[in-house]
Structure formats: structure tokens, C-alpha cells
Design a protein around this ligand. Structure first.
Ligand SMILES: Cc1cc2nc3c(=O)[nH]c(=O)nc-3n(C[C@H](O)[C@H](O)[C@H](O)COP(=O)(O)OP(=O)(O)OC[C@H]3O[C@@H](n4cnc5c(N)ncnc54)[C@H](O)[C@@H]3O)c2cc1C
Length: 408
């Protein structure tokens, strides 16, 4: 590949946020370089990539990157299982590798460059712009490029925004493990149309576990634990691996499965949304600005939304110059801030504070009162209108009963 020495924008990190930023900017005609530290997108295929249908249209994604469509949502608690059914597809499980490959290919199609197998090492802000040094992940060979702006799309670690020893805002850490397994056709058929989540103390610890369908006979089975201390991550990974194996062997009831891939990853967000969105010619997108929904762990859609919003301001910065990007942060927080905080509060209660019985009661409450669309809106889309409505309806009933001296 013929590389340029200088670009308008260098995007570090080829995840959904980085890929979408590079794709969007290249489409607008800007000179963009997308850098990913792994040599292949198959190497860190960590995300379960379950989501609703809307992002397919929102980001013009092709059906070739879909692993499976799902109709039903099921939550298995310690005692009972709660199912929200649908007769039509409500969402997809993407092939995460194919999604990132697609975004990188689109970047190239629109004239951008993609550099695989190089990791970001350091940056230096100059009077004209910013210089970035990269090193080959295996050979350590170094390369340097100039740019007007660098985008930090390195996800939870925020490698570009913060230098190695620089202090970061306080962060909440979660960690997840996932096995991609090949199972008998009979078992696959039972799980092929639904997203199944596990909550409560039997099948999950301080978090949730899951079984998602992928291509024929392939299931994604995993477990995540939230609110851990970074020094506990190794133990957490052992625990989530154990839970995953327990679900495969006891819940799916099979020893006859083939592991296709074992992967995992972390989520790391600022509980007060105190992320740095822009500093010294570095702009953050995706998990690097805590875009992930803390309750459901859904991060791909929000990573890509933050990328598209950032591109509006990057475009203005390149064509007109002088932007300080404070509006990017303001608009993002205005759109997501309040709902995001509610989601984080609810995650903290559900995963870290509730007893097993409280979890069961809460899910039963939702199951009795919410339709499939309501639960999807609340779990995936940060939409809480129905939840508030039911809550205030219940409060009003309780008050009315109390005023009449009756028990609710
Ligand atoms: C186990 C697990 C399951 C999940 N399941 C779902 C799900 O079902 N649905 C959903 O929507 N979300 C899910 N998420 C969350 C979702 O995957 C993330 O929110 C999303 O990937 C964030 O995108 P991003 O581009 O901001 O960061 P990332 O996807 O983390 O991408 C960052 C990229 O930067 C690269 N990078 C890092 N450091 C450097 C460096 N120094 N130089 C160059 N490149 C670098 C990384 O290799 C990576 O490719 C899950 C997360 C985990 C951990």
C-alpha cells in the first residue's frame, strides 16, 4: 500500500467507533488513515454483537455481516424463566469480525487508508498539527505520520487521550468471557431465535450471562461481571470462564461441543461521565468516551453514533478550522446523559446490590407489565417512558389505596 506522510485525520483503533469514523470521514472526501494494532480482525473477535434491528438501517449495514436474527427475549433467573415472544425478527447478532472488516473496506472504497498490525506508541503536538508514532505489533518497526487531528478509538483503555502514566477520571470496570461453540443441530435449533440472558445468583455473579445464536450450529455463550477492581481482573476472568462452562454443561446439558473461539474483553466507563472528549488535537469516540450502555452492555450502536456525531465537528474543523469540539461533548451529553445515568444506576442496583430474590421479583414485575417492544426499548434503546409510566401508575394506585385506608 502506498502510504501518505500526512493525513487530515488519523484514527487509532479499528473497532466499531474507529471504523465508522474513518468510513464517514473518507466518504466526506477527507484524507484519513485507520490504524489497528491486530494484524487481522479475526484476532480480537471479542464482542457478542447482539443488538436490535435499527442500527442495520441507521448505519447502512449489509445483511452479509449478520450472524443470526432473533425474535424472542428470555431472562432466566435462579428459579424461573421469563420470555417475551415475537412472531417477527426484533434484532440481530452480528459477526463482529465481519462488521469491522466491512467498515475498514468501506474506508478504503472511499479513498482512505487502513494500516493493520500497527499500534499507537506516542504523539507530539506541533504548531501545525500532531505527529503520531506507530510500531509494528510483532517486529516493532516504527512509522511516523502527521495529521491535523487524531481520533482515539482505542476503546476502554483510551490509549491516545491519556499517556501511559497520565491520570484518568475514575472508572468503573467490568470484564466478560465468551465461548463460541459448535453444538448439535437439536441444541442449536432450541436457541436459534432468541437472545437468552441469565440474571440472579445461580447463573451469573454481579453481572449477567448469555446465550446468543450465530450461524447454523454456532452459539455464543458468555458471562460478564461488573464493578470489579482492576487488580481483581484475573480472578474475575477465571470466575466468568467457570460460569460459562457451567452454563454449557449444566444448562445446555452437553459435553459434546467444539470450542471454535474463546475470547473476552473489558468494559470501562466513567460513572459520572467525566470523560475527556477533546484535548490537544485528540478527539475520543466510542468506549473511549463511555458511550456503552452500562446496563445492557450494548456498545456497538452507541460507539457508531458517537463516531457519526464526532464526524460532523471534525468535518467543520478540517474545512473551516478552529473548532474546540466543546459542542460535540455538549450535544452527546444532552442526547444521552440523563438516560445513561439512569441506566448506570439501574445496572448498579441490579448487578451489585439486589439479593437473588429481589432480582427474581424485579424481572417478574417487568414480565407481568411490559410487552416485548417495551422491554426492548428499555433494555437496548435507553427508552424509559413506559417504565416511568408504569412506575407512576403504580405509585398513584398505592396512594389511592393508602388514602382509602386499604392495602395495595
Ligand atoms: C464480552 C463483551 C461482549 C459484548 N457484547 C456486546 C453486544 O452483544 N452488543 C453490543 O452492542 N456491544 C457489546 N459489547 C460492547 C461493544 O463490543 C463495545 O462497546 C464496542 O466494541 C466499542 O467499540 P469501540 O470501537 O469504541 O472500541 P473497541 O471495539 O474496543 O475497539 C477498539 C480497537 O482499538 C484497537 N486498539 C487498542 N489499542 C490500540 C493501540 N494502541 N493502537 C492501535 N489500535 C489499538 C483494539 O484492538 C480495537 O480493535 C460487548 C463487550 C464485551 C467486552
Amino acid at each position: 500500500m502506498e502510504m501518505k506522510k500526512s493525513y487530515d485525520v488519523i484514527v487509532i483503533g479499528g473497532g466499531p467507533a474507529g471504523g465508522q469514523t474513518a468510513r464517514n470521514l473518507a466518504k466526506r472526501g477527507h484524507q484519513v488513515l485507520l490504524v489497528e494494532k491486530y494484524a487481522s480482525f479475526a484476532d480480537n473477535n471479542f464482542s457478542s454483537a447482539g443488538m436490535t434491528l435499527e442500527p442495520m438501517e441507521e448505519f447502512d449495514l449489509p445483511k452479509e455481516i449478520v450472524g443470526a436474527y432473533w425474535n424472542d427475549l428470555e431472562i432466566q433467573c435462579t428459579k424461573n424463566s421469563y420470555v417475551w415472544r415475537s412472531t417477527e425478527p426484533k434484532g440481530v447478532v452480528l459477526n463482529f469480525q465481519k462488521l469491522r472488516e466491512f467498515l475498514a473496506q468501506e474506508t478504503q472504497k472511499f479513498g482512505g487508508d487502513v494500516l493493520m498490525g500497527y499500534r499507537y506508541v506516542k504523539k507530539e503536538v506541533t504548531s501545525e498539527g500532531i505527529e503520531v508514532q506507530l510500531a509494528h505489533s510483532r517486529t516493532k518497526e516504527t512509522l511516523s505520520f502527521d495529521a491535523k487531528l487524531v481520533v482515539d478509538a482505542t476503546g476502554p483503555l483510551r490509549k491516545v487521550m491519556f499517556d501511559e502514566k497520565e491520570e484518568q477520571p475514575e472508572m468503573t470496570l467490568g470484564s466478560g468471557t465468551e465461548y463460541e461453540i459448535q453444538v448439535e443441530q437439536e441444541i442449536y435449533d432450541e436457541y436459534k431465535d432468541k437472545l437468552l440472558f441469565f440474571l440472579g445468583h445461580k447463573w451469573a455473579i454481579k453481572g449477567y450471562s448469555w446465550i446468543f445464536p450465530m450461524e447454523n450450529r454456532i452459539l455464543k455463550v458468555g458471562a460478564g461481571k461488573t464493578h470489579i477492581k482492576s487488580k481483581d481482573q484475573e480472578n474475575t476472568d477465571k470466575t466468568t470462564r467457570k460460569i460459562t462452562e457451567k452454563i454449557i454443561e449444566e444448562y445446555l446439558g452437553t459435553k459434546d461441543y467444539k470450542i471454535i473461539d474463546m475470547h473476552g474483553g473489558i468494559i470501562r466507563y466513567s460513572p459520572g461521565l467525566n470523560d475527556v472528549f477533546y484535548k490537544n488535537r485528540v478527539l475520543g469516540v466510542g468506549d473511549a468516551i463511555s458511550a456503552i450502555n452500562p446496563r445492557g452492555g450494548e456498545g456497538i450502536r452507541y460507539a457508531m453514533q458517537s463516531a457519526d456525531l464526532a464526524c460532523e465537528y471534525i468535518d467543520e474543523f478540517i474545512t473551516k478550522g478552529g473548532a474546540d469540539f466543546s459542542d460535540y461533548q455538549k450535544v452527546w451529553k444532552k442526547r444521552k446523559g440523563f438516560k445513561w445515568r439512569l441506566s448506570e444506576l439501574s445496572a448498579r442496583r441490579m448487578y451489585s446490590r439486589y439479593s437473588d430474590e429481589q432480582v427474581e421479583n424485579r424481572i417478574q414485575f417487568f414480565h407481568n407489565r411490559f410487552s416485548t417492544d417495551d422491554i426492548i426499548a428499555s433494555l437496548f434503546n435507553f427508552k424509559y417512558n413506559k417504565v416511568f409510566f408504569r412506575f407512576f401508575q403504580m405509585l398513584a394506585l398505592k396512594t389511592a389505596f393508602a388514602l382509602r385506608g386499604k392495602k395495595f
